[in-house]
Design a protein around this ligand. Structure first.
Ligand code: FES
Length: 236
């Protein structure tokens, strides 16, 4: 949790954990992030955490054992430290346009997809994942990004019998399991998550469908139009 004195506190993921440096990646899109982006060396912020449960089990896998990291948008920030710990993993990133891509120099070996074809392949990371799982090239997927992307990623993995962990984003306030703001079907994303595996996600019907805004009101997510595994199952 990043705190700007006399302003607010927001959750951020650690996007750099290397050579003694701990870093976050900030996308400028509101007053808080604009203020963070305007800071200069010597300006002060507060930090508390880390909280919750991140990806697990990655290091126990044999190098080159068919691990894929599938990210979209800001989700690449969360996947970046994992990508550095798993140099043999495939990294697949999707973004709306070339300008919206993250870390193209930091991870030169990425497979890139853009909605408009302005960089990499035109389309979605799910296309690559569908091909690779069908060919038996992928055994484990770690994913983070918009749920409109993660939902079909988890469906492809489920159908192919491939393990998958997805890191969810929910509006957070306390970050320590007290306020209930981040609830997703009875699970506090800030404490029990934000990472969940396929078995856990199967019991979370809101995943990919709706989330709560900062007032606590349920908001429907954009219907998935990119699911290569066909129409999604009816909500249980
Ligand atoms: S943010 Fe308060 S319970 Fe998760």
């Amino acid at each position: 949790m990043v705190w700007i004195p006399r302003m607010d506190e927001k959750p951020y993921t650690v996007s750099c954990l290397k050579d003694g440096v701990v870093g976050i990646t900030v996308q400028e899109r509101g007053p808080f992030s604009t203020r963070l982006c305007a800071m200069k060396p010597g300006d002060q912020i507060g930090l508390r955490g880390p909280y919750g449960r991140g990806f697990w089990g990655a290091e126990e896998r044999a190098p080159g054992a068919g691990v894929a990291l599938v990210g979209g948008g800001c989700g690449m920030a969360l996947l970046a430290p994992l990508a550095e710990r798993l140099p043999e993993a495939d990294i697949v990133q999707g973004a709306r346009t070339a300008e919206a891509l993250f870390f193209t120099e930091r991870f030169a070996r990425q497979v890139i997809f853009t909605d408009d074809g302005s960089a990499g392949r035109r389309g979605f990371p799910t296309e690559w994942l569908g091909e690779q799982t069908a060919a038996g090239e992928v055994q484990m997927v770690y994913t983070c990004g918009p749920e409109e992307m993660m939902f079909p990623v988890t469906e492809i993995c489920r159908e192919a019998g491939v393990d998958c962990q997805a890191s969810l984003e929910r509006y957070m306030k306390c970050g320590i399991g007290v306020c209930g703001q981040c609830d997703c079907d009875g699970r506090r994303v800030c404490v029990e998550g934000p990472t969940f595996d396929l078995r856990e996600l199967a019991g979370m019907p809101s995943f990919g469908r709706r989330r709560r805004d900062k007032t606590g009101r349920a908001v429907e997510l954009r219907p998935p139009d990119v699911c290569p595994s066909g129409p999604r199952a009816a909500e249980p």
